[in-house]
Design a protein around this ligand. Structure first.
Ligand code: ATP
Ligand code: MG
Ligand code: MG
Length: 593
């Protein structure tokens, strides 16, 4: 295992482990912790991170960075990463999303089970505790029920240049606040009629510290707690409590939460003063979110692409969702490698999409079986074949499954009078430096014979319909003396006799501009109209046994995957059943061109 490059988070963790920051940590008393404690194993001192999605959409490549980071750090430092659904929002949260999120995390290669204990949590399980903590804040004079209108509240909060103004409700007595908060809980106030606010400092230069709202009234059925509550905690209040109850040590979030950190610390300090949570507290650390060129990662806008049918679904291979990337053919290992290479930083930047493709190539090159495929086929006829071998003769050829691993065996295929070659491998008049087929030139058909081009037949529009060539005798690859005839060009091919017809989906970038959705322009106008080209290709017979999701290197063309859904799909009629391959990435970077 190569040494992972250090970064500021690794440094923080290493320092905490060295200094024993969490050595004196007590169990939070959370049910799952108690279970772990009973088993007498993992001590609470080890690091704990968490991945806390809201189950309100499909995960994307940005989430993948967060997953690799949180689960990866826990793994590397012998800690635990909690899988937590941040479901404090009663608004539509779907089981479909929950399932797909769990699936994505597992597929990426991570687990929330450690030493036989599951670390799978729902923030909504802490609603009782959060309520109790809110009453504690009121009793300590640290929170009040504000009944200003939303507009008044917004105005009185001030802005960057203007300090806020105290609410007339700020000086209410503790008893009155407690009564009003219970009225909120008991459904005696209308939605939006009041909020509970932390009492901090209306003149703070950090607007987040100007008495942030911590509870609101919202009559909505929650998927976990049903109609038990008509008040719900705000994210900024809920999140530090969730972290504290789960004994999280390092709470990693994206940079836009930096201004929330003072409130995170303020709240946990107050709650431990009140004896509600233990020390040492979890600490929040911010890292730059992932911006990947040629894609967008806004959940709302990705949903628009699906709803408006610009793509075929959440798992369309062009989508930057984890299900999309999976179907496109990216491997969990390539995504982990990508996450490691981009690292974590404290400032926002754009990561070039080619970084992801390079990670894919580096992962697949040593693994993927090779195959020949002709994506834009034109027929090649060997005019002296019958003369040399007799009509109908098929020669047997073979090639290694993997060029660096003979143990993986060989692929077998035929060579005959009629072959499929790439249309671009023939030119009447060769451009400078062109070593492939043109009248009079000799090339090697890879793993086959050397041929000499004689010309081509064209249709009325001048399009080549057939290329003719003569076999150069005694040049079959792998036979003695076969390399005596020197040629500059080598081309790929498949025999008409045993090639398999396949649908090949050539995917390109989803957006035509490197930083979509960053200008005034509507992002729809920035979509790449040519993000998908469907080709009818001929591929070598060894691919007849390809399983859905299996990856290959099509020689010269790049990395391809048998489509998880459509490859030999049994959902269509037998006559329509066919091999379907997606292009994951080309052989080398062509994104910049
Ligand atoms: P929403 O916009 O609906 O709040 P979100 O993108 O913040 O969605 P969450 O489900 O809240 O998604 O995210 C779960 C975790 O993934 C969070 O910790 C968040 O910081 C992280 N995350 C989301 N987007 C990115 C990104 N582009 N880069 C890195 N981390 C991300
Ligand atoms: Mg969020
Ligand atoms: Mg977001």
């Amino acid at each position: 295992e190569p040494l992972k490059p250090s970064n500021f988070l690794r440094q923080v963790i290493e320092r905490d482990l060295e200094q024993g920051t969490y050595a004196q940590r007590k169990w939070a008393g959370h049910p799952a912790d108690a279970q772990e404690h009973q088993r007498g194993e993992p001590d609470p001192a080890r690091i704990r991170t968490r991945f806390p999605p809201e189950p309100n959409g499909y995960l994307h490549v940005g989430h993948a960075k967060s997953i690799c980071l949180n689960f990866g750090l826990a793994r590397d430092y012998g800690g635990v990463c909690h899988m937590r659904f941040d479901d404090t929002n009663p608004e539509k949260e779907d089981q479909e999303y929950v399932d797909s999120i769990l699936d994505a995390v597992k597929w990426l290669g991570y687990s929330w089970d450690a030493n036989g204990t599951s670390h799978y949590y729902h923030a909504s399980d802490y609603f009782d505790f959060m309520y109790r903590a809110a009453e504690y804040l009121i009793e300590a004079g640290l929170a009040y029920v504000d009944e200003q209108s939303a507009e008044e509240m917004r105005h009185n909060r001030g802005d960057f240049g203007r300090p806020g103004t105290d609410s007339p409700f700020r000086s209410r007595s503790i008893d009155e606040n407690l009564q009003r908060f219970r009225d909120m809980r008991d459904g005696k106030l209308a939605d939006g009629a009041a909020v509970l606010r932390a009492k901090i400092d209306m003149a703070s230069p950090n607007i987040n510290m100007r008495d942030p709202a911590i509870y609101r009234i919202r009559r909505a059925t929650h998927h976990n707690t049903g109609d038990k509550w008509c008040i719900y905690p705000m994210y900024t209040y809920a999140h530090p409590i969730e972290d504290a109850l789960e004994n999280i040590t390092h709470s990693l979030c994206t940079l836009e939460f930096e201004d929330q950190r003072p409130f995170y610390d303020w709240l946990l300090d107050r709650l431990s003063e009140g004896g509600l949570i233990n020390k040492p507290h979890p600490r929040q650390y911010e890292f730059a979110r992932l911006n990947l060129t040629y894609v967008i990662t806004s959940k709302r806008k990705l949903k628009q692409l699906v709803d408006e049918k610009h793509v075929t679904g959440w798992d369309d291979p062009r989508m930057p969702t984890i299900v999309g990337m999976r179907r496109r053919g990216y491997t969990p290992e390539s995504i982990q490698l990508f996450a490691e290479r981009i690292g974590v930083t404290k400032s926002d930047s754009w990561i070039d999409y080619s970084t992801l493709d390079q990670a894919l190539r580096d992962d697949l090159d040593p693994k993927a079986a090779r195959a020949m495929a002709v994506l834009d086929p034109v027929k090649l006829v060997i005019t002296n074949w019958d003369e040399i071998h007799g009509a109908g003769f098929l020669d047997a050829c073979s090639a290694p499954v993997h060029p660096h691993d003979e143990a993986r065996g060989r692929r077998e295929f035929k060579f005959g009078k009629e072959l499929w070659i790439e249309r671009t491998d023939y030119e009447d008049v060769p451009p400078k430096g062109y070593n492939r087929l043109y009248p009079g030139n000799r090339v090697r058909l890879k793993y086959g014979h050397v041929i000499e081009c004689k010309g081509a037949t064209k249709d009325a529009e001048g399009r080549v319909t057939e290329v003719q060539a003569e076999l150069v005798p005694d040049t079959k690859s792998g036979t003695p003396g076969s390399d005596k005839v020197k040629v500059k060009g080598v081309i790929t091919w498949v025999a008409v006799a045993d090639a398999l017809k396949a649908e090949v989906r050539l995917y390109d970038r989803l957006f035509a501009v490197p930083q979509p959705d960053t200008t005034e322009k509507d992002f729809h106008e920035e979509l790449n109209p040519d993000s998908l080209t469907v080709a009818t290709a001929y591929v070598e017979p060894s691919l007849a046994s390809a399983k859905g999701d299996e990856k290959f290197q099509f020689e010269r063309h790049g990395y391809f995957v048998a489509d998880r859904k459509d490859h030999f799909s049994t959902l269509v009629s037998t006559s329509e059943r066919k091999p379907v391959f997606n292009r994951v990435a080309g052989m080398k970077d062509s994104w910049g061109k």
